[in-house]
Design a binder for this molecule. Structure first.
Ligand code: ADP
Ligand code: MG
Length: 365
């Protein structure tokens, strides 16, 4: 069942087109993340769903019911903001139950809800404190509590973790995942952080410049990005890009890197999504985990001899940078690889999981 539908939605601020022909169908119980760089229109889209921002063209439907003209408070939606938006003069308890009191919910019901939610979010010991007496994480829990007590049809989150430090952000991300796993309520979550998106979402909508670039499950977005923007935006370190030409022969397809005339990659195994011409200029994308010091004996793995220019240790592995075909290529080497700067090393490129993009349109081929 579809919980939320967005149909041919457009939004301008003055002369700036902020959202262009947005179409989304969000299944009941899914966790959809709107992911994209700052300024791409994520918050505007979320605010439109909440009813806090007007629509220029198109419509928003909740359970097949057009809510475009329905007041925010009547949409059965709860929103958690980056800034928490807590009332500073109220206690944690007062903040959490404020919405229920406004809605004239009975005292008994309010108490039951408060106890359930505050225990779940581990703020039950803090109920009499003011927001100024809370840590960032506790404030965020309180803000989530205020949304949770209302048992809404849909939760909206706008970058709820971006004011927290790195460690707390990971912890709270885990808490939100736990929350979703136990509630299975439909959630729409905005972030510019691709790792947050990958770990939380059942579906990701990657946005750029007011347009949805790809809507897919996280693994599909990672493995088969629709275009160069999505490929580059998802993954850390980023996907490596090598420019070159595709040659179609009778029973094979070859890739010739632009600046490495003696090297040819056999790409006959590649599952082409779109047609291409022989000698077409393309960009080959190869994720760092497929550039390694270890020969995985895959039939699509090629061995090259390259000289590292930068080595970065993560503990889990070493990110090693090489210059290849006038590009910087990053590989993920095992920590005990003994890799050294300015010395030739055998490097294995596993080409079985590559992506190919047209050089001009930047669309996957
Ligand atoms: P995001 O949340 O992805 O960072 P926003 O949805 O906040 O992006 O903003 C998208 C674009 O719309 C930005 O260029 C921003 O400057 C512009 N914008 C947002 N709100 C307003 C507003 N109220 N008036 C004018 N421009 C706005
Ligand atoms: Mg925003």
């Amino acid at each position: 069942m579809v919980a939320l539908t967005i149909k041919d939605l457009y939004k301008n601020f003055g002369n700036t087109e902020v959202l262009k022909k947005i179409n989304l169908e969000i299944e009941e119980g899914s966790f959809i993340v709107l992911l994209g760089p700052s300024g791409c229109g994520k918050s505007t889209l979320l605010n439109i769903i909440a009813g806090l921002e007007s629509i220029d063209k198109g419509s928003v439907l909740i359970d097949d019911y057009d809510v475009s003209k329905v007041e925010p408070k009547d949409r059965n939606i709860a929103m958690v903001f980056q800034s928490y938006a807590l009332y500073p003069s109220m206690t944690v308890k007062e903040n959490i139950v404020f919405g229920l009191k406004q809605a004239k919910v009975s005292k008994d019901k309010i108490e039951t809800q408060l106890e359930k939610v505050s225990t779940f979010l581990k703020v039950d010991e803090l109920l009499n404190r003011k927001p100024s007496q809370l840590s960032g994480g506790q404030r965020q829990r309180t803000a989530m509590g205020r949304a949770l007590v209302r048992e809404p049809r849909i939760f909206l989150f706008d970058e709820p973790l971006s004011n927290l430090d790195a460690k707390l952000r990971v912890e709270m991300r885990h808490e939100i995942k736990k929350l979703y796993t136990s509630l299975k309520t439909t959630m729409v979550y905005v972030t510019h952080d691709q790792i947050e998106a990958m770990s939380l979402a059942t579906k990701i909508a990657v946005m750029n410049k007011g347009i949805i670039q790809q809507l897919d499950d996280p693994q599909k977005i990672y493995d088969k990005p629709n275009n160069l923007f999505v490929a580059d935006f998802i993954g850390s370190p980023s996907m490596n890009f090598i420019k070159g030409f595709l040659n179609k022969e009778l029973n094979s397809v070859k890739f010739i890197p632009e600046n490495e005339k003696n090297i040819i990659f056999d790409l006959t195994h590649y599952n082409f999504k779109n047609n291409f011409e022989s000698n077409q200029k393309v960009i080959l994308g190869l994720r760092p985990e497929y550039v390694s010091n270890i020969d995985d004996k895959n039939k699509n793995t090629v061995k090259l001899s390259l000289i590292p220019s930068i080595i970065e240790t993560t503990g889990f592995d070493k990110n090693v940078t090489f210059n290849f075909s006038n590009s910087e290529i990053i590989g993920r080497f095992s920590p005990n690889s003994g890799v050294e700067l300015n010395k030739k090393h055998d490097v294995y490129f596993n080409l079985s999981q590559i992506s190919l993009f047209d050089d001009k349109t930047e669309i996957r081929i």
